[in-house]
Design a protein around this ligand. Structure first.
Ligand SMILES: Cc1ncc(COP(=O)(O)O)c(C=O)c1O
Length: 424
């Protein structure tokens, strides 16, 4: 961790907040309150981001147009619903470092993962394996295993799980490239989290993509914990596809519509096998209702159904705020907040916990994962009762994230103070 001149007392946190240029954004979010009416310390943006206060007005607009216009809203709503999802395209593209044609907001993460694998996981007898992280998010494990079986292969043979070395928590970059170098010719798909959900480790996506492509593998990322958390340059890094959800760092609301990236090199590959639906059909002829599917160019060609407008509306509110704040400034504050949290935690010489997230800022995002080997989830429950919200991941990990849009240095200070008391 870099020593940013942090000091242990509460005045330091207050002083940092006073000179934080992004501090005002906190007021734009609904901060959950404790029973006392006082604002709690919400450190769970890695699981469900907070509600922008402006979300309600975005949603109300669409409810009003639906009430007043019925089906006519598709063309005559203030924001016509037919192209409504495109209101999010430019901001989404900027957020993930992509061209507009490479992104689309649709469905939810695991559904998009399956849609992408339908096109990009095309196993053969020679090349049928999928590489994931050991202990990848369960939905990803289920999705890839079911795809392997769907194609008549066996996960016991076709799934490679990248693991951390004995006694370590995070996977070493050199172990990833070595595995790709060694086994790459039998690998059809490399699918890693951009940020690992359990440890908070950021993977070197550019390097992994390069190594995978050198061996002829399809390379993809699950960006559930990366989108809105760390800067992304998907177009330049060059993965074939990526998927993410919008309810964590993107504050789109519970179960909000996810996002999908398909690299421009696949944009016009229209005969790529896919699970098609009318919303991915060439827009100009969609309403001719013809029997043959003609895919739209780019990521939009993977759409299946018409999008849920009422779920997209709150996401627009949040994406507006992201554009205003700017990812560069957000990342700078995020690095500082997380370093500060680590600094305060390390003041505490208790042997009852350890940090499993990498120390280097470039190898982590906002999340810190704290291993509590003996104390168990009781600490998490106790902190929740005191208004400090993190979350517990079995068997031994307490996850917290200070989100730069709405968390303050004072939040971090209060968390560590209560955490330290709970340890005792
Ligand atoms: C890394 C990761 N992948 C996949 C998912 C599943 O997302 P969804 O329920 O939107 O399909 C999650 C959900 O938290 C996740 O954290």
């Amino acid at each position: 961790m870099s020593d940013d001149g942090f000091q242990p007392g509460e005045e330091f946190a207050r002083a940092m907040d006073a000179r934080d240029p992004l501090a005002g954004f906190r007021d734009r979010f609904c901060i959950p309150k404790m029973k006392s009416g006082e604002e709690g310390v919400y450190l769970c943006g890695h699981s469900l981001g907070l509600q922008p206060k402006s979300a309600a007005s975005y949603l109300e607009q669409e409810l009003r147009d639906w009430a007043n216009l019925g089906v006519e809203g598709h063309f005559h709503a203030m924001n016509p619903w037919m192209p409504y999802h495109r209101l999010l395209t430019q901001q989404t593209a900027e957020l993930v470092g992509a061209e507009a044609e490479e992104v689309v907001v649709m469905n939810s993460l695991t559904v998009n993962l399956h849609l992408m694998m339908a096109s990009f996981y095309r196993p053969s007898q020679r090349r049928h394996r999928i590489v994931i992280e050991r202990g990848a998010f369960p939905s990803d494990q289920y999705a890839v295993k079911s795809q392997i079986r769907f194609h008549g292969f066996e996960p016991a043979i076709s799934l490679i799980e990248l693991a951390a070395r004995e006694g370590e928590s995070c996977i070493r970059g050199e172990d990833i490239t070595e595995l790709i170098e060694r086994d790459g010719e039998s690998v059809a798909l490399i699918l890693l989290g951009g940020v690992n959900y359990a440890t908070g480790q950021v993977f070197d996506m550019a390097e992994i993509t390069k190594a995978g492509h050198r061996k002829g593998c399809v390379v993809a990322f699950d960006l559930a914990h990366a989108a809105g958390n760390i800067p992304l340059e998907l177009h330049d890094w060059g993965p074939d596809f990526a998927v993410w959800c919008s309810y964590k760092y993107l504050n789109g609301g519970p179960g909000c519509v996810g996002g999908c990236f398909v690299h421009a090199r696949h944009a016009d590959w229209k005969d790529l096998p896919r699970f098609a639906g009318w919303w991915g059909h060439e827009e100009k002829i969609r309403f001719q209702m013809g029997p043959e599917f003609h895919a739209m160019a780019g990521a939009e060609g993977w759409q299946v159904s018409n999008p849920p407008i009422l779920a997209l509306a709150p996401l627009r509110a949040s994406m507006e705020i992201f554009s205003e704040a700017g990812m560069e400034r957000l990342r700078a504050k995020s690095v500082s907040l997380t370093n500060y949290m680590e600094f305060l935690l390390r003041q505490n010489d208790s042997a009852k916990f350890s940090l499993i997230t990498p120390c280097e800022p470039e190898r982590r995002g906002a999340q810190l994962s704290i291993r509590l080997t003996d104390l168990g989830r009781g600490i998490c429950d106790r902190l929740a009762a005191e208004g400090v919200i993190g979350d517990w991941r079995e068997p031994d990990t307490f996850r917290v994230a200070a989100v730069p849009l709405y968390n303050s240095y004072a939040d971090v200070f209060r968390f560590v103070e209560k955490f330290t008391a709970a340890l005792r």
